[in-house]
Design a protein around this ligand. Structure first.
Ligand SMILES: CC(C)(COP(=O)(O)OP(=O)(O)OC[C@H]1O[C@@H](n2cnc3c(N)ncnc32)[C@H](O)[C@@H]1OP(=O)(O)O)[C@@H](O)C(=O)NCCC(=O)NCCS
Length: 242
């Protein structure tokens, strides 16, 4: 196991037993990986060059590829399998029994319940909620919950709700705030509540930008000495230094 720990805050320690972590992975203070959610819990296995930010909790019985990174206070429960180059931003939760492919970018305050399946190069906007039980607490016996299936190169905007069991077809584009309540054919656009499905407009009929989904590093963890120069919007009346 090889980890870098550049930002130790006083009193914070990270718990990394029950874990195998690849070379180059950076673990900030106050991170727990391999959480023993039961006495026989297996290891959490993480690949190389990941970044786990303060407050991250990853349960045991998790398999994660290379270049994974979390924001602060992200949670990954057990029996989750995550490919390479995935991001889970601040305060997002992946419940147990979830699969993410490669290059999946999940923005802040997003919720993925059990039995959600996500393909490759999928973008999930902030505050998006997936669900896995259509009639919770009102069926006896309760069926096994089943979440959504999201195929490759889907773009899901901010504040979207995806109802249980739906499949969102490849390359589809879900507008901000939409409620996806039925299967979406590949290359569709979904807008509104309930989501109205139409063919994807030509201008959006392309795969998600690989520079955004496959990121070897992160804006907030830059490798260059002065990387943020020029990012303060020049159309604002004041400068950052004023
Ligand atoms: C759906 C979307 C792609 C439309 O963008 P657009 O093609 O430029 O369309 P326009 O803004 O010209 O809007 C066209 C019409 O759709 C409506 N509309 C736009 N976005 C909408 C949305 N999210 N939900 C419902 N209606 C929407 C507009 O009000 C307008 O209606 P009108 O013709 O009655 O005036 C865009 O608004 C959107 O939701 N993008 C996703 C943003 C996002 O979530 N990003 C996450 C990362 S930060």
């Amino acid at each position: 196991m090889a980890t870098r720990q550049p930002m130790q805050a006083s009193g914070d320690v990270s718990t990394l037993d029950n874990t195998t972590i690849g070379v180059g992975t950076l673990v900030e203070p106050d991170v727990m990986v391999g959480f023993r959610y039961h006495p026989g819990a297996g290891k959490a296995v993480l690949g190389r060059n990941c970044i786990l930010r303060k407050g991250t909790i990853i349960y045991g019985d998790v398999r994660i590829g290379d270049h994974f990174q979390t924001g602060h206070y992200a949670v990954v429960r057990a029996l989750v399998k995550i490919g390479n180059y995935c991001t889970l931003s601040n305060h997002s939760t992946i419940e147990g029994i979830v699969r993410l492919g490669d290059g999946v970018r999940i923005m802040s305050h997003t919720y993925l319940p059990s039995r959600t399946w996500i393909g490759d190069h999928v973008f999930i906007g902030p505050g998006t909620t997936f669900l896995n039980d259509r009639y919770p607490l009102r069926r006896d016996p309760a069926p096994t919950p089943r979440g959504a299936t999201v195929e490759d190169d889907v773009m899901i905007g901010g504040g979207v709700t995806v109802l249980p069991e739906v499949t969102i077809g490849e390359r589809s584009f879900i507008a901000a705030g939409a409620v996806v309540n039925k299967d979406v054919p590949p290359r569709s656009m979904v807008v509104g509540v309930p989501g109205r499905i139409s063919p994807l407009p030509e201008k959006l009929d392309r795969e998600n930008d690989r520079h955004a989904t496959v990121q070897p590093t992160d804006f907030w963890h830059p490798l260059k000495a002065d990387p943020l120069t020029g990012v303060w919007p020049d159309y604002w009346p004041d400068t950052f230094d004023e």
